[in-house]
Design a protein around this ligand. Sequence first.
Ligand SMILES: Cc1cc2nc3c(=O)[nH]c(=O)nc-3n(C[C@H](O)[C@H](O)[C@H](O)COP(=O)(O)O)c2cc1C
Length: 198
Amino acid sequence: MILDRMTTDRSLKLGIILASTRKGRFGETVANWFEEVAREDYRFETELIDLLDYSLPWNMSKDMDSDLSLFSEKIGSSDVFVVITPEYNHGYPAYLKLAIDSLQEEWKAKPLGFVSYGGSSGGLRAVEQLRNVFAELRMTTVKDCVSFHWAHARFHNGRPTEEFRYHASAERLLNELYWWGNVLKEARKEFPQSVLRS
Ligand SMILES: Cc1cc2nc3c(=O)[nH]c(=O)nc-3n(C[C@H](O)[C@H](O)[C@H](O)COP(=O)(O)O)c2cc1C
């Protein structure tokens, strides 16, 4: 029963993807805060997947001697994801698109949520575009989202100034991810995925 499994500690592996690779990025501050919140949640085993640590082939070759094989292993072994994304010119970072497109099966039939940040829109335009992209990989993006408008002004000493409010948003996101994470993990085991072939 799924409910029995829901009482198991750290039953889901949560990959937190830090999408900004920009020099001087603010993303690290946001990711570190979110990782700390997620780590406190006994239901998840968390891992920060910083795209800056992976040199992925821009020519999209499947060169497994590159960092692609390590990246594939990290994504493939995660059950659920949170993407920490900024907004650049009403879109999401180019390197994130390369990272997404570099893999396929590793993403499939898994849930994914967002922590976004930016200026007036809080990165939400980037999030809405990413929902379309991840749908093509047969992923489920969850509704709840943590979003920081004018993000730089909303943090002090590495923490959100209105921490209670953002912590509550993060909890809602983690709850939804936990639900979908268990449902889809079970479904991946019990149902043939032939219908999900590209
Ligand atoms: C090239 C560039 C384009 C940007 N475009 C937008 C934008 O369209 N909308 C927005 O709200 N913020 C925009 N910003 C502000 C960023 O969201 C903000 O600087 C954020 O901190 C960037 O994330 P990073 O510091 O982790 O790279 C832009 C920033 C850069 C560098």
